[in-house]
Design a protein around this ligand. Structure first.
Ligand SMILES: Cc1cc2nc3c(=O)[nH]c(=O)nc-3n(C[C@H](O)[C@H](O)[C@H](O)COP(=O)(O)O)c2cc1C
Length: 214
């Protein structure tokens, strides 16, 4: 599907057809959308949990608001976006060594500059633990955007979901022990005919109200 059509026809699905599953290729493409999302200073402060089985979905159901539960059950794939509870020294070192093994540096100096620059920007966003967590959450939302538009371009339906309880989700996925915290959820699949939102017109403020060309 071309970009413009995907942009105009995508919408937040409210009812999924539980009989329609994803192919392995579709699932892989969705994972790639998440993993290849950009993040500030390539910080990748995230971990994505993808849930496909009924058992996995059941586990998180109590953490999801009533209104969103059927989306979890009936969609083909659920993504729980999490971020680290803090950017650790080990994470910064792991980033640098990944970039090194991916061939990003021709010289030691380039590697050192990258490390220094990243630490500087992390520092600017880490005056308090809360500020750092907010910064990491913003990176996770970029990957949410990638997933939503990417899914639409693949002809799939999706729903971003903030209607869940962070503490309960963290407990359901044992995130505290992994030093992670849940940020947002998304479901992907195919809508059912009864999905009222599928035929409603899009509603957005006019361009001149939200965009200023200077
Ligand atoms: C961050 C975020 C959280 C949302 N949370 C929910 C949710 O919990 N349940 C739901 O049905 N829709 C949710 N939505 C869908 C929005 O209501 C929807 O995106 C918005 O009304 C615009 O409509 P459209 O996506 O159909 O274009 C969420 C959207 C975003 C971006």
């Amino acid at each position: 599907m071309n970009l413009d059509l995907a942009l105009r026809t995508r919408y937040a699905s409210k009812v999924y057809d539980e009989t329609k599953k994803l192919t392995a290729e579709q699932e892989q493409q969705l994972l790639d959308l998440l993993r290849y999302s950009p993040s500030s200073v390539n910080s990748q402060p995230w971990h994505f949990f993808t849930l496909v089985s009924d058992a996995a979905k059941e586990k998180i159901l109590p953490a999801v608001s009533e209104a969103n539960r059927s989306k979890i059950i009936k969609s083909a794939l659920v993504v729980v976006f999490t971020t680290r509870t803090q950017i650790s020294e080990a994470h910064l070192n792991a980033l640098l060594s990944q970039e090194q093994s991916d061939g990003r540096f021709a010289t030691d100096e380039q590697q050192q500059n990258q490390d220094k620059g990243r630490r500087h920007y992390v520092g600017l966003n880490s005056h308090t633990p809360e500020q750092q967590r907010n910064w990491m959450a913003r990176q996770a939302y970029i990957s949410l955007g990638f997933l939503l538009l990417g899914a639409a371009s693949m002809g799939l339906d999706a729903t971003p979901i903030e209607g869940f309880f962070v503490d309960k989700m963290n407990a359901a996925l044992n995130l505290d022990a992994k030093q992670l915290t849940s940020v947002v959820v998304a479901t992907v699949g195919y809508h059912e005919d009864t999905d009222f939102n599928a035929t409603l017109p899009k509603s957005r403020f006019p361009q001149e109200q939200v965009i200023t060309r200077l």
